[in-house]
Design a protein. Structure first.
Ligand SMILES: Nc1ncnc2c1ncn2[C@@H]1O[C@H](COP(=O)(O)OP(=O)(O)OP(=O)(O)O)[C@@H](O)[C@H]1O
Length: 297
């Protein structure tokens, strides 16, 4: 692994990467023969850079927040020849970087990257876009749309909690139909999350047991998103829940088709560009990532 391209969003987070640029650059140059940096200037640049640089890079590093990771992933994932992928976290939540054990200090993350701990991971795909972490509709979309940029920079992750609590009161249900090879479900729901990796919204309230190396997606349907359903999730996590909860559907599947009425805005790793319907699948071992820890296999 010699040639490394780093796609940097200089404005991500509170310019964390820019401030530490020299240290990051020195560390990466110690670990790899050739390191080049490319600064994004606007939306879409991360995807363009990834596509242009892929053929001539052994490794592409996304340095920025989850938006930058999403853009670089969506540049790389459709390609036949995909270089390895790594993340230097520089945003507010950096969800996926946490899932693969990256240190949240960008300089320390660069130190982890030069250890070259290569792991194969699954990538989610909904027919239009790829995701590493989660795909969701309903409450989760309302939560992230409501976080204003100024609130986000002042309160960081706390704003996700505050926004969630506010949304629990205001959330509206929708009608859904979904099926895979063995399940068919329909009814009313307030939130559906399809998880590939274990982190959503900078915290991990949902499905922390999700495995990003098993070729499967975890589907979670919440019929009602009130405080008691969140408490049920908590009980399920801690093994306290004995009986089946009527309010929650949870299963694993490699692929799922989903439609809703009305059409719902999709939150895909925190980005919101498309609406339902969609067919969502896990593409097993689609990317080689340089992780900060041993994953599940
Ligand atoms: N130079 C730039 N100036 C402003 N916006 C940019 C620039 N380069 C890229 N962008 C856009 O900014 C969006 C947000 O960036 P990113 O997610 O990296 O940072 P963040 O919002 O601070 O972090 P997080 O999403 O983790 O909270 C990206 O999706 C991208 O489209």
């Amino acid at each position: 692994m010699d040639k490394v391209s780093v796609v940097v969003n200089p404005n991500a987070g509170q310019q964390k990467i820019k401030e530490n640029f020299e240290s990051i650059s020195n560390i990466l140059s110690d670990g790899f023969k050739q390191v080049a940096f490319y600064e994004t200037q606007k939306e879409g640049d991360g995807t363009d850079f990834a596509q242009k640089l892929a053929n001539d890079s052994d490794l592409i590093i996304a340095a920025g927040g989850d938006g930058t990771v999403y853009e670089v992933l969506n540049g790389l994932a459709p390609l036949k020849k995909r270089p390895a992928f790594a993340i230097i976290p520089g945003g507010t939540c950096n969800d996926f970087s946490r899932a693969i054990g990256m240190n949240q200090n960008p300089v320390k993350a660069a130190e982890q990257i030069i250890q070259k701990n290569i792991q194969e991971i699954d990538v989610g795909f909904d027919g239009s876009q790829y995701f590493l972490n989660f795909w969701g509709i309903g409450l989760i979309t309302a939560v992230s749309s409501q976080i204003e940029e100024d609130v986000k920079s002042t309160f960081g992750r706390l704003s996700y909690y505050m926004s969630t609590l506010q949304n629990i009161k205001e959330n509206k249900s929708f009608y859904y139909e979904m099926n895979d090879a063995t399940h068919y479900y329909s009814g009313k729901a307030e939130m559906i999350i399809i998880a590939n990796g274990p982190f959503t919204g900078g915290v991990k309230p949902f499905l922390p047991e999700v495995n990003i190396q098993d070729g499967m997606l975890d589907v979670l349907v919440l019929k009602e998103t009130n405080l008691s359903s969140f408490f049920s999730i908590f009980k399920k996590r801690t093994g306290m829940m004995q009986e089946k909860d009527e309010n929650i559907i949870h299963f694993q599947t490699p692929q799922l088709s989903l439609k809703t009425s009305p059409k719902k805005l999709i939150d895909c790793d925190g980005e919101r560009y498309f609406k339902t319907p969609a067919t969502i699948k896990a593409i097993p071992n689609h990317l080689k990532m340089l992780a900060g820890k041993q994953l599940f296999n």
